[in-house]
Design a protein around this ligand. Structure first.
Ligand SMILES: *Cc1c(COP(=O)(O)O)cnc(C)c1O
Length: 369
């Protein structure tokens, strides 16, 4: 028997969350962002739930090839564009749209031989200071691209640093409006946080939103808001079985480092999930978990292959009980990944992306359409 742990990818939840993005940004088309192997869900596994998107956005050329291999003929955007000149050959061959955020990428285009003019997204650095042309250099870059026969459509793009924070987009939105004023072309500004919080405004929704974490049911502005507030459903469940039950006497300690000691008699469950499965070791005593759909907590340290949980609230639990580490539990119970991430001092994004290879994963919940 394989080790009793698995991850489920919920196609119906992906489709539901995508619909939330559409509802939040009326009039805009939606790129489902599937970088980092669809935030750890697996591109091929996420595809059935997300195929209703208007386009897919990602970083890695190999991932773009995988999307095309699935039969997707619609838009595919490389969010960081090409990393070297010869990447343009793949863009031509697979008809990939690509971001242009520095001069060298324009030089490569100018030297590229193609019959098919490329659809590019010219990126403005509106204050995040990672990638993109500064406002004062933006129009010159646009003019250079516009003069190239290798370039067809030029869309205008920026990315917000603080869209998850109150008032976080005012200044970059103004910078984008000023830098792009009078330029033709489609606009793309909003990530998940900006889509949920601000895309009711047409100038934020633009022509394309780029929805990443929200597609997967993660909340970009947790804990200010939670998944119930935004109407998002977990697209990934990590679940495992209980391997054993231990009865502790007062003074008995649990796990490496003996960080938890029972104050009174208690039952704990030993679960077949550890940090080598992608469960964060930074979660310790009191991190939330569901046992048979009932909410309880971790006790002691997470080890490589196991963790231990308090069975106080679930007296009927026994070896073989179902333990939900995050996502959808039995009986409609939900444990949002955001809550677990917070206990580990991180964000849901990181936990999803870190789901380990060794965890068997399958798609459930219909075709999602
Ligand atoms: C990752 C990424 C997104 C999606 O961000 P979320 O917060 O997951 O919605 C959007 N745009 C760009 C440029 C990105 O790199």
């Amino acid at each position: 028997m394989p080790r009793p742990i698995e991850a489920l990818i919920h196609a119906d939840a992906l489709a539901h969350n995508l619909a939330r993005a559409r509802a939040a940004a009326p009039g805009a088309r939606v790129f489902a962002v599937v970088k980092a192997n669809a935030y750890g869900h697996g591109i091929e596994r996420a595809y059935p739930g997300l195929r209703g998107a208007d386009g897919f956005a990602l970083l890695d050329l190999a991932e773009a090839e995988r999307i095309r291999a699935l039969g997707w003929r619609g838009p595919v955007l490389l969010l960081e564009g090409c990393f070297e000149a010869r990447d343009l050959e793949l863009c031509s061959r697979l008809d990939l749209w690509h971001a242009v955020s520095h001069e060298a990428q324009i030089d490569w285009l100018a030297a590229h031989k193609t019959h098919r003019p490329h659809h590019v997204f010219l990126k403005l650095n509106s204050g995040m200071n990672r990638l993109g042309f500064r406002p004062e250099a933006y129009r010159a870059a646009w003019a250079r691209l516009d003069a190239l026969p290798q370039v067809g459509e030029i869309a205008l793009m920026t990315h917000f640093a603080d869209a998850d924070a109150p008032g976080g987009i005012e200044q970059p939105l103004a910078a984008f409006a000023a830098a792009t004023q009078g330029l033709p072309g489609e606009r793309s500004l909003a990530n998940s946080a900006a889509t949920l919080r601000h895309a009711h405004a047409p100038e934020v929704a633009g022509d394309w939103v780029r929805a990443g974490i929200l597609c997967y049911g993660g909340v970009p502005d947790y804990p200010e808001h939670d998944s119930a507030h935004w109407g998002l459903r977990p697209a990934m469940t990590l679940r495992a079985s209980m391997l054993a039950v231990q009865a502790l006497r007062p003074g008995d300690a649990v796990g490496y480092g003996s960080t938890f000691t029972a104050a009174e008699p208690m039952r704990i469950g030993v679960v077949a999930c550890g940090y080598a499965d992608g469960y964060p070791r930074h979660c310790g005593t009191d991190a939330p978990v569901l046992v048979d759909g009932v909410r309880t907590r971790l006790v002691g340290r997470v080890s490589m292959d196991m963790l231990t949980v308090d069975l106080g609230p679930v007296p009927a639990a026994r070896a073989g009980s179902e333990v939900t580490l995050w996502g959808q539990g039995p009986g409609g119970a939900v444990l949002p990944i955001d809550e677990v991430a917070r206990c580990a001092g991180t964000i849901g994004y990181e936990l999803m992306c870190a789901l380990a290879q060794r965890v068997p994963t399958r798609v459930v919940g219909g075709a999602g359409m």
